[in-house]
Design a protein around this ligand. Structure first.
Ligand code: C6P
Length: 404
């Protein structure tokens, strides 16, 4: 039973008003709101447990360390990784990808090698690879998309070569909502002897992901998009590959023994976790994962799919409506433009009606160029949104259209 009233009560912010209107929060792709359970976990840790982890023999430090390490196990279970050694805590998807780009690049990329990304990537999954290519004299190749917003799998196959070191692909497009066939992408890459990184920033909040089933080599996601606090995220990597990669940053915790002549590094995953981690945020991330798990990822998926289908149906009926991305097999993200109304005007006027959407290029400039536009209006749904909120969006868009 998916009790939306009870769920919404877990999120105090959803009860507030903006411009004297009830808030309709449809910017979940950018960040999600936080349930009491997550905020309470943070408050509880600061009030009752706080101490640095992995460093103290004293009671609080032991307890904080236990919470931090239990959180790692919660993440492992949530994404069905084989071992907690494969779970590296980072600040978010962006840092996870930068870590990998540096570390993988140092170990495995040389001049003339190729990195394959797709045309629908977020800047976070383009720029770190570009920087790596510049450092190493490697080449960035791009898999194009079709006009319907799906990946050109024929081109993907064609572009994979014996020089391709890594395929970097988003699980779900933050603009088009396209759900990429990542399992197939991994299979094809592996048959070519190439490794794969999946950007899970926009998939983990919406449906269950399973590392052993996907068989990807690396996977990144952000806590704040899955109802956890900002400043925490995860890089998953298969142990056999993480073992071979050099550390990303140096400092406390990532070392085994330091002398001025030589330093040896800690075991996984600590080798990649220099400095004091945000252990309060990791604890709260676990609370968020427990929260969504208690609702059931399959129930969240069904609820959000219903909202997305309903929104697509209703929005399509608006005169001049142009929706980007596939109509089927899409996740809870809808980017659109209406007539020649600028996305910023639409977003600003919707905001005045209490409706929070995102406007602009969504950190996907190359995709905007491919679509021949400068930006879109984007509504993205979370587990607490309702059909009534979709109705408010549709009425709001109609009203703005009427003004022009
Ligand atoms: N997309 C959006 O509104 P960070 O900022 O590190 O938590 O996540 C970066 C990121 C990486 N990949 C994808 C597919 C993403 O969607 C994002 C973040 C937000 O679409 C903010 S730009």
């Amino acid at each position: 039973m998916y009790d939306i009233t009870a769920i919404r009560n877990d999120f105090p912010i959803l009860g507030r008003e903006v411009y004297k209107r009830p808030l309709v929060y449809l910017d979940n792709g950018a960040t999600t709101q936080k349930p009491r359970q997550v905020v309470d976990a943070m408050v509880d840790e600061y009030y009752n447990v706080n101490a640095n982890v992995h460093r103290g023999v004293h009671f609080l430090s032991q307890q904080a360390t236990d919470l931090h390490e239990q959180s790692r196990e919660t993440v492992r279970r949530f994404i069905n990784a084989q071992s907690t050694s494969e779970i590296i805590f980072t600040r978010g998807t962006t840092e996870s990808i930068n870590l990998l780009a540096f570390s993988f690049g140092e170990a495995f990329v040389k001049a003339g090698d190729e990195i394959l990304v797709t045309e629908m990537e977020h800047h976070s999954n383009i720029v770190p690879w570009q920087m790596l290519c510049e450092r190493k004299g490697a080449v960035l190749k791009v898999v194009p998309i079709s006009d319907d917003g799906t990946l050109r799998m024929d081109e993907y196959r064609r572009l994979l070569s014996d020089r391709t070191r890594l395929v970097c692909c988003t699980h779900v497009s933050n603009v088009l909502g396209t759900v990429n066939p990542v399992k197939e992408i991994v299979e094809i890459a592996h048959s070519n002897g190439t490794l794969v990184l999946i950007d899970g920033a926009q998939s983990t909040p919406h449906f269950a992901v399973d590392m052993q089933d996907l068989d990807c080599d690396f996977f990144a996601f952000s806590g704040h998009k899955i109802y956890a606090p900002t400043g925490v995220g995860v890089l998953y990597g298969k142990e056999e590959w993480l073992d071979k990669l050099p550390p990303y940053q140096g400092g406390g915790e990532m070392i085994q023994k330091v002398t001025f002549e030589h330093t040896t590094y800690n075991a996984l995953p600590y080798k990649f976790e220099a400095g004091t981690p945000d252990y309060v945020a990791t604890h709260a991330l676990a609370a968020a994962l427990d929260y969504v798990s208690s609702l059931g990822m399959d129930n969240i998926f069904a609820h959000e799919q219903d909202l997305t289908r309903y929104a697509l149906e209703q929005l399509s009926q608006i005169e001049g409506m142009r929706i980007f991305g596939p109509m089927d097999g899409r996740d809870a993200v809808i980017s659109f433009l209406v007539g020649d109304i600028h996305h910023l005007d639409m977003g600003t006027l919707l905001d005045r009606l209490g409706i929070a959407v995102r406007t602009g290029h969504h950190c996907a400039d190359p995709l905007m160029s491919r679509l021949g536009i400068t930006g879109t209006v984007r509504a993205s749904f979370g587990l607490y949104n309702t059909r009534e909120e979709v109705d408010a969006l549709v009425a709001g868009v109609e009203r703005v259209r009427g003004m022009f």
